[in-house]
Write a protein that binds this ligand. Structure first.
Ligand code: ZN
Ligand code: FE
Ligand code: FE
Ligand code: FE
Length: 206
C-alpha cells in the first residue's frame, strides 16, 4: 500500500474515477473534433463541430476546477468508450471516398451524436454522485456541462433533419442517375439531355 496518497473511501473513489474518465473523454474529443470539422462538407456542420470544440475546452476547465477543489489530479484514466467512439468517427472519415461528401456528413453526425449521448449519460451519473456526496459546486458545474452536451446533441439532430440527411439522399439520387441514366432519368433531366439520344454523351471525348 502506498503511504503518500491518502486513499479514498470507495464511493468517493468511484466519483473521482468517473470524473477522470470524463476528463480523458473530453481531452480525446478536443483532438478529434477539429478532424471531424475538417471532414465535414456542410458549412453548418463544420461550424457545429468547431462551436462544440470551444464548448469542450470550457468543459475541461470546469473539470479542472472540480479537481482543484478536491486537490486531486484529473489524469490517470483513459476513457475506453470515447476512444472507441472516436475510432468509429475516424472510420467515417476514411470512407469518405466511397460515400461522397454529403453521405459522409450524415455519417459524421451519426458518429458525433453517439459521443454526445455517452457524455450526457456520464455527466448525469457524475452529477448524481456529486449531489449525494455533498459536492454542491461540482454538481452545479457538472449540470452545466450536461446541459451543453444535451444542446449539442439536439443541434446535431436538427441539422441532420433540416439539411444533412436530405442532401445525402439527393446525392444518392444524383449518383444513381449517373450510374444508370436510362432507368433513373427524371422528366426534367430527360428534357435537358434530349439532344443526346444515345445516353453516352460523355464517352466520345478525345
Ligand atoms: Zn465529453
Ligand atoms: Fe463534452
Ligand atoms: Fe468512459
Ligand atoms: Fe460534447
Amino acid at each position: 500500500m502506498k503511504k503518500k496518497t491518502k486513499s479514498q473511501p470507495p464511493f468517493h473513489k468511484l466519483y473521482l474515477d468517473q470524473l477522470r474518465d470524463l476528463y480523458s473523454a473530453e481531452t480525446q474529443l478536443t483532438k478529434a473534433l477539429p478532424k471531424m470539422a475538417k471532414a465535414a462538407s456542410s458549412a453548418n456542420l463544420r461550424k457545429a463541430f468547431l462551436d462544440h470544440l470551444e464548448e469542450t475546452n470550457g468543459q475541461i476547465e470546469r473539470l479542472d476546477k472540480i479537481f482543484g477543489a478536491l486537490e486531486q489530479k484529473p489524469t490517470g484514466k483513459k476513457c475506453a468508450a470515447m476512444e472507441g467512439l472516436i475510432k468509429e468517427g475516424k472510420e467515417v472519415i476514411e470512407e469518405e471516398d466511397d460515400f461522397g461528401p454529403e453521405v459522409t456528413d450524415a455519417a459524421l453526425i451519426a458518429a458525433a451524436q453517439r459521443v454526445e449521448h455517452y457524455e450526457v449519460s456520464a455527466y448525469g451519473s457524475a452529477k448524481s454522485f456529486a449531489e449525494i456526496l455533498g459536492f454542491d459546486d461540482a454538481a452545479r458545474l457538472l449540470a452545466e456541462t450536461k446541459k451543453e452536451e444535451e444542446n449539442a446533441d439536439k443541434k446535431l439532430n436538427e441539422l441532420a433533419l433540416i439539411e444533412i440527411n436530405q442532401r445525402a439522399l439527393e446525392s444518392e439520387e444524383t449518383s444513381e442517375e449517373t450510374a444508370d441514366e436510362e432507368s433513373m432519368m427524371s422528366a426534367t433531366s430527360r428534357s435537358r439531355n434530349r439532344s443526346s439520344h444515345t445516353g453516352h454523351s460523355n464517352t466520345s471525348r478525345s
